[in-house]
Design a binder for this molecule. Structure first.
Ligand SMILES: NC(=O)c1ccc[n+]([C@@H]2O[C@H](COP(=O)([O-])OP(=O)(O)OC[C@H]3O[C@@H](n4cnc5c(N)ncnc54)[C@H](OP(=O)(O)O)[C@@H]3O)[C@@H](O)[C@H]2O)c1
Length: 352
C-alpha cells in the first residue's frame, strides 16, 4: 500500500492563491471507514467559486473537489457493506473535511454507492454532488436556512409515482443538478416535467424524462407564458438551478397556492410577495452527511446503487481532462467560462 499520495493544494485565497501538486500521507481508514484509490474526480462550479471567493475555507492550504469514484483498497474495522476491489462513488463532505482532488480518500462506508458494471468510474464521478443537490432539495424535510421541499422520496414506500397529475418546473434542466432533478421528478410521477435549456439539449433532456423543454433564451415572462400554454395542471413544485432574478420571481408567481420552490442559490424573490406566505421556499445545501439532513442522505445512499443499476439515475455526459490533478486548474477556468451539459473529469492516478 502506498504511504504517500499526490494532492492538488490550493495555497491560499484569491488573488494570490495558487494550485500546486504536493505529496501528503495516504489517510488511514478508521472504524467504519474505507480507503478508496480515487480513479476519477469531477469538477463542479463550487470548485472555481471556492478558488475565487474562498467561502467556508478556514484553513490554508486546502484541497478542493466534491465528486469522486474509485476502487476500495482497504477496510476499516467493522465495515461489511463493501469489499476490497469494489468500485464506489461518493461526494465530499464538510463533516469529514473530505475532498477529492487527491489520489486517496478515507470515506465513511455508509456514504458510498457501489457502481454498476455498466458504468465507468469516470461516468460515476459525475453523479454524487449533483444528485445530492437534486435529491436533498426535493425530498429533505422542510427546514431553514437549508433544507428541502419535504416531498416523499421515490425510493421510499409510497413515493414512486406519488405526484402524478402535478407539474414541476425546472430552471436549468441541462445543468447537472437539473438533469438529476428531471430524473427524480420522473420517478416521483410528475405528469408535466417542464425545463428550460438551450434547445440543442431538448432531445437529451426528453430522454431523461422532461416532457417539455423551453428555450432558456426567452424572457422570464415569455417562459412563464409558455409554461401556462403547455399545461393547465397547477405547477406545484419549482426547482431553480439557475438563480436568475427575473426568472426566480416568475417561477414563484407560477406556483399554485400551497406550491413550493427550491433554490440552489440566493433568494431573489421580491420580499413583498413572500409576505403573503402561501408558498414555501427552501434553499438546498448539498451535503448528505450534515446532521440536520443525514436521514435523507443515508436513505438516498442505501438505494442509490439500485437506482443506478436500473438506469433511473444516469451519468452526465463528460470530458476527461489530461494530466490528472494537474488538469484541474485549466478545467475550472473552462467551467467558469461556461459549458453545455457536460462535466469535466480528471484521473488523479495519471498526475505527472
Ligand atoms: N446549493 C448547493 O448545495 C449546490 C450544489 C451543487 C450545485 N449548486 C449550484 O447549482 C448550479 C448548477 O450546478 P451544476 O453543477 O449542475 O452546473 P453545470 O452543470 O456546470 O451547469 C451548466 C449548464 O448551465 C446551464 N445554464 C446556464 N445558464 C442558464 C440559464 N440562464 N438558463 C438555463 N440553463 C442555464 C447550461 O444549459 P444549456 O447548455 O442548456 O444552455 C449548462 O448546460 C450552480 O450555480 C452551482 O453552483 C449548488
Amino acid at each position: 500500500m502506498a504511504k504517500q499520495q499526490k494532492v492538488l493544494l490550493l495555497t491560499g485565497p484569491a488573488p494570490d492563491g495558487k494550485f500546486v501538486i504536493e505529496s501528503r500521507d495516504v489517510p488511514h481508514p478508521g472504524p467504519g471507514y474505507i480507503l478508496v484509490e480515487v480513479r476519477a474526480a469531477a469538477l463542479n462550479p463550487v470548485d472555481w467559486i471556492l478558488r475565487d471567493m474562498g467561502l467556508w475555507i478556514k484553513e490554508w492550504p486546502t484541497i478542493l473537489g466534491t465528486d469522486a469514484a474509485g476502487v476500495v483498497v482497504e477496510l476499516g474495522e467493522g465495515v461489511s457493506n463493501v469489499a476490497v476491489g469494489d468500485r464506489v462513488m461518493y461526494m465530499g463532505t464538510m463533516v469529514d473535511k473530505l475532498t477529492t482532488f487527491q489520489q486517496y480518500n478515507a470515506v465513511k462506508a455508509d456514504f458510498v454507492a457501489k457502481i454498476p458494471d455498466s458504468m465507468t468510474l469516470e461516468q460515476a464521478s459525475t453523479i454524487p454532488l449533483t444528485v445530492a443537490t437534486a435529491a436533498l432539495g426535493l425530498y429533505d424535510k422542510r427546514q431553514q436556512p437549508d433544507g428541502g421541499l419535504g416531498l416523499t422520496p421515490p425510493w421510499t414506500e409510497g413515493g414512486r409515482g406519488k405526484y402524478s397529475g402535478q407539474s414541476i418546473f425546472i430552471a436549468g434542466g441541462a445543468t447537472g443538478v437539473g438533469q438529476h432533478t428531471i430524473e427524480l421528478a420522473k420517478m416521483s410521477g410528475f405528469s408535466h416535467i417542464i425545463a428550460t435549456a438551450s434547445l440543442h439539449n431538448e432531445a437529451y433532456l426528453k430522454s431523461l424524462g422532461a416532457t417539455h423543454v423551453l428555450d432558456r433564451k426567452l424572457a422570464a415572462s415569455a417562459i412563464a407564458d409558455a409554461v401556462k400554454a403547455v399545461t393547465d395542471t397547477p405547477v406545484t413544485v419549482a426547482y431553480d438551478a439557475v438563480s436568475d432574478p427575473a426568472l426566480q420571481n416568475a417561477m414563484y408567481d407560477l406556483l399554485a397556492p400551497g406550491g413550493c420552490l427550491l433554490r440552489v442559490g440566493p433568494s431573489m424573490i421580491d420580499p413583498a410577495k413572500l409576505e403573503k406566505g402561501d408558498k414555501y421556499v427552501a434553499h438546498v445545501f448539498a451535503d448528505v452527511q450534515l446532521p440536520a439532513q443525514i436521514e435523507v442522505g443515508r436513505s438516498l445512499y442505501a438505494k442509490l446503487p439500485e437506482m443506478l443499476a436500473a438506469g433511473d439515475i444516469k451519468p452526465t455526459k463528460l470530458e476527461v481532462l489530461p494530466d490528472g490533478l494537474a488538469g484541474v486548474p485549466a478545467g475550472l477556468d473552462r467551467l467558469k467560462a461556461g459549458v453545455s451539459a457536460v462535466k469535466f473529469v480528471v484521473r488523479p492516478q495519471e498526475t505527472p
